[in-house]
Write a protein that binds this ligand. Structure first.
Ligand code: APR
Ligand code: PHB
Length: 389
């Protein structure tokens, strides 16, 4: 088989790239290790920056997002019984859209299917060949049969556990990592959200987040030890602990119900450099991970796709290699800023096992500064709604 761009991974990064390229007449094949249902079964954050919204529009996949997504003009931050609002729209002129990653991925699948896009599921043994030559190829097996795709470029959109990153030789690759000493226990429940905007809570008992998917679907999280398992937490225990971590008036209003999903996610910051090796480009979780505080995972993937898509377009439409040559540098510049924001916001809101009394005072001083200082709020808001591409 021959194509212009071989894309490994049918998560949001791979699907968005494939759909954007299709709209410009650039051919791609997407290879996915799992099934579509498996990919759509993953529950991830759902806060979209303006840049991602614009990409979904350019991809022709924005109708349902605009109809069913919720525009959020700000967010709440609480510590103890104090709660304040950061006004994104007032400070930056830009809101965010709350729309689940699962729904966005579903829209991208629908668009690829409608356009007759090529996606191979349940592929195994994906191997990238000749990424440092002008004629790369990808081999794989499906149903026990060996296949090979000759291509111009390979986009490694295969997440943190994929093969693409590891294809870059260790002599070239540098990895930077911070592992946080706690996780997030998340619960999805068919209950109305406690508040119309998100609440990020710092409490003496640890972090909590009140988020949502729609009017009758809430997503809540509490910080928990990494040694906990979801089965250790009954629904009642979860609701009781969440109520202890949010302001009393919110706890009183909280509507509880049975959980329809319960899981624990570890928190990690990770970046690999460079994001390009020859004709192989890493995008999204294949190249970097952020802790979920601030919901930058999907949004950082989107900025990579923006740079790569425009680089490939310039290559095929204008014969210019400038965009693809500068891909790694441009993508990483923005990634490190999003890493900084996610690390800062995580540091502001969680309890760390090794935190000293002095560290706790610093956290409270920083929260009070954010509450009282409009320049601090502006900096937070600009990062939250998304720095420009
Ligand atoms: N071969 C083929 N496909 C693979 C392989 C492989 N060897 N390894 C992984 N994959 C697939 C996974 O099954 C997954 O569907 O690649 C896809 C990667 O998707 P994601 O992990 O969702 O990564 P990405 O598309 O970059 O999306 C980034 O999703 O993971 C969240 O927090 C992240 O919100 C962010 C966004
Ligand atoms: C979510 O709704 O799952 C969510 C929202 C905001 C975050 C993280 C997760 O910062």
């Amino acid at each position: 088989m021959k194509t212009q761009v071989a894309i490994i991974g049918a998560g949001p990064s791979g699907l968005l790239l494939s759909q954007l390229l299709h709209r410009r007449g650039i051919d791609s094949v997407v290879l996915e290790r799992k099934t579509k249902d498996y990919v759509l079964g993953r529950i991830r954050a759902g806060v979209l920056e303006r840049g991602l919204v614009a990409l979904m529009e350019e991809a022709g996949c924005a109708d349902r997002m605009h109809a069913e997504g919720h525009v959020h003009d700000g967010t709440m931050v609480s510590f103890g019984d104090t709660m304040f609002r950061v006004d994104f729209a007032g400070l930056t002129g830009t809101p965010v859209i709350v729309y689940g990653q699962t729904e966005l991925t579903r829209d991208l699948y629908a668009a690829r299917e409608k356009a007759g896009g090529k996606i191979e599921y349940q592929v195994e043994d994906v191997t990238i060949h000749g990424a440092d030559t002008d004629a790369p190829a990808v081999s794989y097996t499906v149903d026990g049969a060996a296949r090979r795709i000759e291509c111009d470029f390979v986009a490694g959109c295969d997440g943190f556990h994929g093969v693409s990153r590891k294809t870059i030789p260790e002599t070239v690759r540098r990895e930077y990592e911070k592992v946080y000493p706690f996780g997030w226990l998340g619960v999805l429940s068919e209950t109305p959200p406690v508040h119309h905007e998100l609440i990020y809570a710092n409490s003496p008992r640890g972090f909590a987040l009140c988020s949502m998917r729609n009017e009758n679907l809430s997503r809540y999280y509490i910080q928990c030890p990494l040694t906990d398992a979801p089965g250790d937490w009954s629904d009642d225990d979860f609701w009781a602990e969440l109520k202890r971590r949010i302001p009393a008036d919110m706890a009183d209003k909280l509507v509880t119900g049975p959980s329809i999903e319960k899981s624990i996610a570890p928190l990690r910051s990770f970046v690999t450099e460079p994001m390009r090796w020859g004709r192989l480009f890493l995008c999204g979780d294949a190249a970097h991970i952020v802790p979920p505080t601030g919901a930058k995972g999907l949004n950082t993937a989107a900025s990579d796709i923006h740079y790569l898509y425009n680089g490939l377009r310039a290559f095929y439409e204008d014969g210019s290699a400038q965009g693809i040559d500068s891909y790694s540098e441009k993508a990483l510049k923005r990634i490190w800023k999003a890493e900084r924001f996610s690390w800062w916001f995580s540091s502001l809101l969680h309890r760390y096992p090794e935190q000293t009394a002095f560290d706790l005072k610093m956290q409270i001083a920083e929260l009070e500064f954010l509450r009282d200082n409009s320049a601090a709020q502006q900096a937070m808001a600009e990062n939250y709604v998304g720095l420009p591409y």
